[in-house]
Design a protein around this ligand. Structure first.
Ligand SMILES: Cc1ncc(COP(=O)(O)O)c(C=O)c1O
Length: 474
């Protein structure tokens, strides 16, 4: 059978198109409008294919019309990194290699680099590399599921119940105790794992979500040794704040609880002495979830879980069949990623991480994170200086929640005004900023995590918000 398309021609077309797209990414409209056009109402699957070249041109035309420039420097919605050149090149090559990264039998290259990158990430975050096993997954949601899946297994095993074998029927209830920063993905993971969304109890001392440590300690006392998972957050989406992880670690140790830390982007606070105190104690966690596609700036999708108790994860996620490698591997180099995460078949996600860490080194990552901290401080200063804007929380990391609050508008009308403003900003397309509710008010929450973002991009956020806000009033 002959190839339906010319590999070289197609790849060089893809390269040219990508270079052109990324070359103009700083000037493009972001296109983060929420509506979808006719997809689903289109023509049926063609009986005869059009060939690779024509199919690619069709894809390009659609991308031109509908892609969101989320990899660009003015995208501050969610917490989204871009893709550095070295990560993008590695990611493309990963697709060319098309490895079966489930185990070393599928790809020694993928597994070796996964082990190495997990170690390097531990070194980057100053975590005990010898005590932690890493596994790459699609993102922090999946990494939270891995960490909590291991936690569920271990805390129930301590009371004599094997959840992976027997399920949860007849098991004692597992409580998941958190502060107010807990991310929606942890709630989702609890639902997926059968712990139930209602297993989560939040201990927040204020409308910011600050941990109510005394109330949490009382609850732990009251539970009297029942199975408990504590979940700490390093880097909360609305404010960048973190729970006192060292205090959580002490409580976990005292009460025999498992400590899981959701550090999707907050882990990167560890790379600079300017912010590392925010996440002091993360090194004592039993499991950590983090993302590479956020602050490390590798392409989607790439997150990772770091596990102190690999056996607990392997009991939960193992995949056994006569044709597969042994379910619970021993040495770190025997890592079988398919036995530690929900996926079996998976791409070699470590390759772009490897390229990035090797290309930039610790100093390069630190420089990027510190630049983003400077940009967040600049943005906060610009907000403070504008009489019609109000900082909703002081930025401690890379997220700057603020709202439009001009004189003459009643406080109670500000939520609705900011909701309209948030929609107008996305429609306008010069910058993309998300809306949230923080400290009981609706506000914008720009997050800075893109390697390309500079001062002008950050200043533009303030300019656009003020301009569109004034227009809404006028
Ligand atoms: C603290 C936190 N945890 C988890 C997630 C989920 O990450 P992902 O979308 O990569 O699964 C996010 C995403 O923003 C986050 O900020």
């Amino acid at each position: 059978m002959s190839e339906p398309s010319d590999l070289e021609r197609l790849l060089s077309r893809a390269r040219d198109a990508a270079v052109e797209y990324l070359g103009s990414i700083g000037e493009r409209g972001i296109g983060a409008r929420t509506g979808r056009d006719g997809a689903g109402r289109e023509a049926a699957l063609p009986e005869e294919g059009v060939g690779g070249a024509a199919a690619f041109e069709e894809l390009l035309a659609r991308a031109e019309a509908r892609a969101v420039a989320s990899t660009g420097p003015r995208y501050f919605h969610y917490v989204v990194g871009g893709a550095t050149p070295e990560a993008l090149a590695a990611d493309w090559f990963t697709s060319a290699l098309d490895q079966v990264a489930s185990s070393a039998a599928g790809s020694p290259l993928a597994v070796d680099l996964e082990v190495l990158c997990a170690r390097w990430l531990c070194e980057l975050f100053e975590l005990p590399a010898d005590e932690l096993t890493g596994v790459f997954v699609t993102g922090a949601t999946a990494a939270n599921t891995v960490g909590l899946g291991a936690a569920r297994q271990r805390v129930l095993a301590r009371v004599g119940h094997d959840a992976a074998e027997r399920g949860l029927a007849g098991a004692p209830e597992v409580r998941v105790l958190t502060g107010g920063f807990v991310h929606a993905s942890v709630v989702k993971a609890c639902a997926v794992l059968g712990l139930g969304r209602a297993s989560i109890e939040r201990f927040a001392a204020d409308n910011r979500g600050t941990l109510d440590e005394a109330a949490l300690a009382r609850r732990l006392e009251g539970l009297g040794g029942a199975p408990v998972i504590l979940v700490g957050t390093a880097g909360e989406v609305n404010s960048g704040r973190s729970d006192p992880l060292d205090r959580l670690a002490e409580l976990a140790a005292r009460h025999g609880a498992w400590l899981h830390v959701d550090a999707a982007f907050g882990a990167f606070a560890r790379v600079t002495p300017r912010a590392s105190d925010l996440v002091r104690g993360i090194e004592r966690a039993d499991s950590i979830a983090a993302d590479a596609h956020k602050w490390l700036n590798v392409p989607y999708d790439c997150g990772f879980a770091l596990l102190r108790d690999r056996d607990a994860a392997a009991r939960t996620f193992r995949l056994s069949a006569p044709y597969l490698p042994p379910a619970v591997a021993g040495e770190p180099r025997d890592l079988v990623p398919a036995n530690l995460s929900p996926e079996s078949s998976r791409r070699a996600r470590a390759l772009p991480v490897f390229a990035t860490l090797l290309a930039r080194g610790r100093a390069g990552i630190r420089a990027m994170v510190e630049r983003h901290l400077d940009l967040a401080a600049l943005l906060a200063d610009e907000v403070r200086a504008a009489e019609d804007l109000e900082l909703v929380d002081d930025p401690v990391l890379n997220v700057v929640p603020f709202r439009f609050a001009p004189e003459g508008v009643r406080r109670r009308d500000l939520d609705e005004l900011n909701e309209r403003l948030g929609r107008a900003v996305l429609e306008d397309g010069r910058v993309a900023v998300g809306l949230t509710r923080h400290r009981s008010v609706v506000c914008l929450r720009p997050a800075i995590a893109n390697w390309r973002t500079g001062e002008d991009d950050v200043r533009l956020v303030v300019e656009v918000v003020r301009e569109l806000g004034a227009r809404l009033l006028g």
